[in-house]
Design a protein around this ligand. Sequence first.
Ligand code: G4P
Length: 526
Amino acid sequence: MSLSEEIKQEVDKRRTFAIIAHPDAGKTTLTEKLLLFGGAIRLAGSVKARKANRHATSDWMEIEKQRGISVTSSVMQFDYNGHRVNILDTPGHQDFSEDTYRTLTAADSAVMLIDVAKGVEAQTIKLFQVCRQRGIPIFTFINKLDREGKNPFDLMEELEQVLGIRSVPMNWPIGSGRELCGVYDRMKNQVELFQGKDDHSTIEVRKVEDYNDPLIREMAGDFLTDQLIGDLELLDVAGDQFDYEKVRAGELTPIFFGSAVNNFGVQTFLENFLQMAPKPGAKVSEEGPIDPTDDKFSGYVFKIQANMNPAHRDRIAFLRICSGRFERGMSVKHVRNGKTIKLAQPQQFLAQDRDIVDVAYPGDIIGLFDPGIFRIGDSLSQGKDIVYNELPTFSPEIFAKVTIKNALKQKQYQKGIDQLTEEGTIQVFYSTSFNETILGVVGQLQFEVFQYRMQAEYGVDVQLHRMTYQFARWIVDDNIDPGKFRINSTLVKDKKDNYVALFENEYAMRTAMEKNPNTKFLEVAP
Ligand code: G4P
């Protein structure tokens, strides 16, 4: 088989996705069930154990431990029905950071997990928006069907109102909460029976002609059957038709109902998802789109994880392979600095284990040992130089003034700030009127990591003073008058001397925009 045929075959098999959810929706549980279907039995319990660790104290040694663990579990891989599946972990809770957003750029699709009782929650909205901007397909799993929850039609309405996305249910619940009897598969015309908590290991599937099949009435009783038939008729008449093109464009989300903890509906979801989810596609580069089946290897770094343990100062750069075939020990060009480097000890991540990989293909994520040569967004390529443009920057939402405890450490302090901003740990701004340095992040954890690393790696103790700003907007205006912005905001400068206005609330931001109609206010640096 030729190399390009081999790459094509491998690309066709691959599905790389991220699960997006608000904390507690059941992401850990669902991930674990998916891994079990993939035969990764030895992992049972490990995802859960990791989570338990996270809930431990916020003592620094603990965070270090957690970070160490989350390094190895950032990507999980398994095989199922001829597919090779890569699940990217998107940390939630206090671990939420720019890394979370960046990780989504490495995914070809997303699974949005929603708690049936809570509906669309805050963190889901943020993560959804990033996926939306990238135009990747989003599949919805509505979880905890064994509990009392919202009406399925109301949930569809909520997806449309809050997220602006239309949906098409692939299956439909028969009853809910304690009355949950099963789900009706609209595509296959079959009923998956829910046996209840005590006996959930035996989920039974019955093939029926359609939803009027008498078998359903026999199993679910008159009340639930009438309700089901009414609902399904309404969906057939008034609901969106399944439209593959719209799903692929991220304009329509297929919905699956189930219960992760009971393993109910998970397998059907997985099988349908793998059929519908896209394989790795072409990625945008400065030279135009690069097809994954291109013979030459290329990829980009989307995340760098520093080891928080001072005894092991190594860092790991996470690389998404975009084209060609990766082989251990291969030489590739580090495009930004023009040097050729050898990829000697790449790692693939499988929950708790770190495995050395010999070969990998587009869609796969590999971890590269990083002695400090990589930055977020760096591209590696074989043959011609390829520079990927896949990584957007994000507007910070949390701000703090940083001060140094020991003025004699000024030099190390500056070096630390420069390196950590370059790495993407934090964004930095300088006050235009006082000699102040302000840091901006999207998640609190980034501050903690910054503070810790300044101490551990540069020997500098810093203090952070939270500020009340919530929005940053880059100002594009040839005749900027800094005085104009003082009323509703604070004007600062970024590293490249661009003006940035910081606002405390949306009202202040809107007022500034209205008063300065000729000024552009950009969410990220121009
Ligand atoms: P997360 O990673 O999204 O934060 O959520 P996680 O999987 O940890 O699930 C959060 C809680 O929801 C867990 O309960 C979990 O057992 C429960 N859960 C997950 N799926 C379902 C479901 O389908 N039905 C019901 N009823 N509960 C579900 P917990 O009390 O926090 O933990 P545990 O002690 O029960 O494990």
